[in-house]
Design a binder for this molecule. Structure first.
Ligand code: SAH
Ligand code: SF4
Length: 357
């Protein structure tokens, strides 16, 4: 951890414009901000003492007023399929999970946006632990820097392709911090991660989806639907009672119309709950005419939910029914099953000994 950890300003919290403003307040020009930005996100220095070629007075000021909020690795698990899962420590003692999943020659990073989650989806380990706090932008960015560091020190020189905000937490419940983090990740002068390689996943916060539709933000949108009738969805996703499907799908239609972009729908397949032909037909009808793609993900079992993932035969049947409605779908492989790679599961396990005391 940084020796300047007590300094209030985490440089990773600031997008380019904010960093430029901070330096301008101190009397430095944009040129210096650009130099610093490059060192943070091109050279990716891991400690302020590694900053080179800055004016010494600026360097001294940074050392006394700012910090680099790198995250401590508290635990790591590696799956047989190459998935690596990290439990990362935040300065206040909280922890979050970040997962790296191999996909062909490239990797996808699954990033958290909150410690815990307030949404309470019954099958989700993060939902089961409740809300702890929002992450700051820098804590989202630092996860990506951690992933890049891990990959750079292994055999793969440039392998990070996709970033999915599908770790712990609900990104649109932490809207501003998430968007600042996306500004930083996509900035051409630094990490330059392509917008099309980023996916924001939401449980369906209707006003935030509408806001996202109105703002030119990076990333694809994925909406975690899980059921196509309110009755079934409300059993799985408590937020459904606040925003029923009709309102949610309206907001999705608005998003597609405003942005001209397809929406992805996530569907965690739970045997006997939402993998029935009735649900598949209801989904086909619900998404009629919408530019949509459905990702089917068999349930990753969690300790506090008795459901099981669907059988391959039921998944095939579900997919075939969607095809009758011209609704494209992909069955997403479950990665890292042997290491409980479902979000929230590593943190839960690492806390268990304390709970037993
Ligand atoms: N809060 C956001 C993003 C984080 S969850 C959201 O809900 O979309 C990312 C995805 O993981 C969601 O689609 C969620 O439904 C899914 N998920 C959560 N727990 C799961 C589990 N045990 N098995 C399979 N998918 C799960
Ligand atoms: Fe929160 Fe997403 Fe888990 Fe639901 S599935 S509890 S919204 S993290």
């Amino acid at each position: 951890m940084d020796s300047t950890a007590n300094n209030p300003i985490d440089l990773y919290d600031l997008n380019y414009q904010q960093l430029t403003q901070l330096l301008a307040d101190w009397g430095y020009s944009t040129y210096h901000a650009g130099q610093l930005w490059q060192q943070l996100y091109r050279q990716r220095v891991s400690h302020l003492s590694q900053l080179g070629s800055l004016r010494p007075d600026l360097q001294a000021r940074l050392a006394s007023h700012t910090r680099l909020g790198r995250l401590a690795v508290l635990a790591e698990q590696q799956s047989q399929d190459g998935t690596r899962k990290f439990l990362l420590g935040l300065p206040d003692g909280q922890s979050i999970e970040t997962v790296i999943m191999p996909y062909r020659e490239r990797f996808t990073a699954c990033i958290s946006t909150q410690a815990g989650c307030a949404m309470g989806c019954v099958f989700c380990a993060t939902g089961q632990m409740g809300f702890v706090r929002h992450l700051h932008p820098g804590e989202i960015v630092a996860q990506v820097l951690h992933v890049l560091h891990v990959l750079a020190s292994s055999r793969h020189p440039h392998p990070l392709r996709n970033i999915v905000l599908m770790g712990m937490g609900e990104p649109l419940h932490n809207y501003d911090a998430t968007m600042t983090a996306l500004d930083i990740l996509t900035d051409d002068r630094g990490l330059a991660i392509a917008s099309r390689h980023i996916t924001i996943s939401t449980v369906g916060l209707v006003p935030a989806i509408r806001r996202l539709a109105d703002e030119a933000r990076p990333g694809h949108l994925a909406v975690s639907l899980h059921a196509a009738t309110d009755e079934e969805r409300n059993k799985l996703v408590p937020l459904g009672r606040r925003w029923p499907l009709a309102e949610l799908i309206d907001a999705c239609r608005y998003y597609v119309a405003q942005r001209g972009r397809r929406i992805f729908f996530e569907w965690t397949l739970i045997a006997g709950h939402n993998d029935t032909p009735t649900q598949a037909h209801a989904l086909g009808r619900l998404l009629h005419g919408l530019d949509a793609h459905v990702n089917l993900i068999p349930l990753n079992p969690t300790a506090n939910f008795p459901g099981r993932g669907s059988t391959p035969a039921d998944i095939r049947q579900f997919k075939a029914i969607l095809a009758q409605y011209n609704l494209p779908s992909t069955v997403r492989q479950r990665k890292g099953l042997d290491i409980d790679a479902g979000c929230g599961q590593l943190r839960k396990r690492s806390r268990q000994p304390a709970e037993l005391d």
